[in-house]
Every structure is written in C-alpha cells, then in structure tokens.
Design a protein around this ligand. Sequence first.
Ligand code: PMP
Length: 361
Amino acid sequence: MTTYNFAAGPAMLPVEVIAQIKADLPDYKGSGMSVMEISHRSPLYMDLYEETKADMLEIMGLDPEKYDVLFLQGGATQQFTLVPLNQARKFHRIAVVDSGHWAQRAAEDAGKVPGMSVDTVATAKDNNYTAVPKIPVEFTHDYDYLHITTNNTIMGTAYRDAAVPKLDLPLVADMSSNFLGEQYDFSKFDLIYAGAQKNLAPAGLTVVVFKKDWVHKNDDLAGLFDYATEAKKKSALNTPPVFQVYVAGLVLKWIKSKGGLKGIEALNQEKAKTLYDCLEASDLFASKVDPASRSLMNVPFVTGDKELDQEFVKAAAAHHLLNLKGHRLVGGMRASIYNAMPLAGVQALCDFIQEFEDQHK
Ligand code: PMP
C-alpha cells in the first residue's frame, strides 16, 4: 500500500525527484563526489546555483535583470527579523495584515527590531481566522512596506492572486506554504520569502526573491544579514546549503515538466476540489474555512468531536495516510496537499474519510 505524507512541512517531495537524488547521490555529474561533498566554490556548484536561480525566476515570470534570488538558511522565521532590519529604513514603521498565526509571528519579531513600529492594518480576528481579511490599499501613515502571508498554513486560508492588489507601497510576502504552488503576478511583490521545506526542498533552505532596485547595502549590518551583500556574494558569503539548493533545482525542473505554475496550479486545484467536495458531501466531517478563502495547500477539517478526531488520525495512519493531525493551536485534522502530493493521495484520503464515516454512522 502506498504511503502518503500529509505533513505541513517538512513535506513530501515528488517521487521523481527522490528517484533522481538516489541516482545522482554517489557521483554528482561525474565528479566522483556526492553533491553533499562538493565545494560551494567549485564551478559545479556555481553552475548549479546559476541554473537554479534562473529556473526559479523563469517559473515566476520575473526578469532576472530586475529581480534577484537569495538561497539562505535560518528559515522563514529568520526573515521575520531580516526583512524589517533591511527594508524598514526610512519610516521605521511597517504595516502588517494579521491573517493568522505566522503573520502574527512575523509582526511580533519585526516589533523587536529596535525603533520599529508595527501597525496591524487588517485582521481576521473577527472571523476567527476562517477567512483572509481584505488587503487595504490606502494607509493613514507612511510605511516602509506592507507585509502579508499569502497562505495561512494552520488555518488553511489563502490570498489567491486576484485578492492581492497592486499597491503604491512596497509589498512583502511570506509565501512559505504556497510558494510555487499556484500562479501569482509576482511582479506585484517587492520581496517574497519562503522556507523551502513545504514545496521546494528539504528543510535548511530559505528563498528570498526581491526587486533589485528596492534593496540597498546597509553598512551597519553584518554581511550575513544584509541582502545586498548576500546578493553580491551569490548567497555564498558563508557555506550555503548545497544539497538543498540541488534538490530545489530538481524540483524546479519537475515544476517545468508539469507545465510550470499554470500546470501545477491546475493539478493543485483538482486535488483541493476533490478534498473540499468530499468534506462538503460528508455528514461527519467539515471544513470551517470560508470557501472564498480556501487554501489549495492546507486543508484543516474536523468532526466536531475531539476524541473522534484523534481516532481518525490514528486510523488513517494505520492506512498509510500519515501526519493528518491538525496544528496544536486548532486541533482536528489538517491535510497538507502541496505540489508533490499526487491526486491519488487525495483520493485515498477521501476514500478513507468515506469509510470512516460509514463505520461511525
Ligand atoms: N511562515 C509560514 C506561513 C509557515 O507555515 C511557517 C512554518 N510552518 C513559517 C513561516 C516558519 O518557517 P520556518 O520553520 O522555515 O522558519
């Protein structure tokens, strides 16, 4: 029986990518070394870095003359601090949209940067985070940027591209949980960051994509924390996570083989529809998320009975449907169905939901 991993991250990688890693592992491109052993100063890595960066920008439809990509460490969490440290230099004041837990963490950490003011300009608190709040386009103060979280991993809500306005203000997005999972007009964003461990690579890689003309060198920052310095050093000011960049490169090729983000989004739409349809048809299970705000990536659901939820998670695991326990903040179940989850995995989950329901009538 095939095992499907519904974890929110680290998450599944495409089976084709795992097979490629397995084939490449002992001898990377005839070097006689594993990719885990090659030097980050070698031409082998430099080629890999350039190709990965070029593929990423191509997939995102961004001009490499205007946008740059950093391959960093420290997770999305580190960017909660580095974005304001680098980019909130004029007004020392940023606007944030409170769409859920990770948006709040980003705001909280930004507020710890000395001299920084953080204003929540929209919140989903009133609807208990079951829908995303409208992104404001007019502001009563001067801000260095507006920060949003495009996909709320815990609550399972998201801003689709149409819900992201073009702003006069620079726009920063934490895209950790739907990075390259659906189409956006990425040119609306001035800086995007994402931890890789959901849709792109194993944990240990953080991607930052930014508009070059918005990022300048900050002499008061250590090089490792300064975007412009890292860009100049091709993300190798210190030893970069070579293996993770290599896997990201394979995943990007895999995305291209699926027709780029258009193809990937169509697959993800089909998967999400399959799962939401089966939850809607169920008398036992339900999704609390407002249909207009539904995430394509993370689908939380409940029975309404905590003990039954636990029983479901346990029984599902026995059926090789793993990691369906909801985040501790909300309980219930959560199925994360990122790019690498095949439709067959979602169908297997839906079949099991039906089976469990039949047994508990
Ligand atoms: N932002 C979002 C939207 C997330 O889902 C997560 C992790 N679940 C984070 C930030 C934190 O990411 P990391 O562990 O890479 O720091």
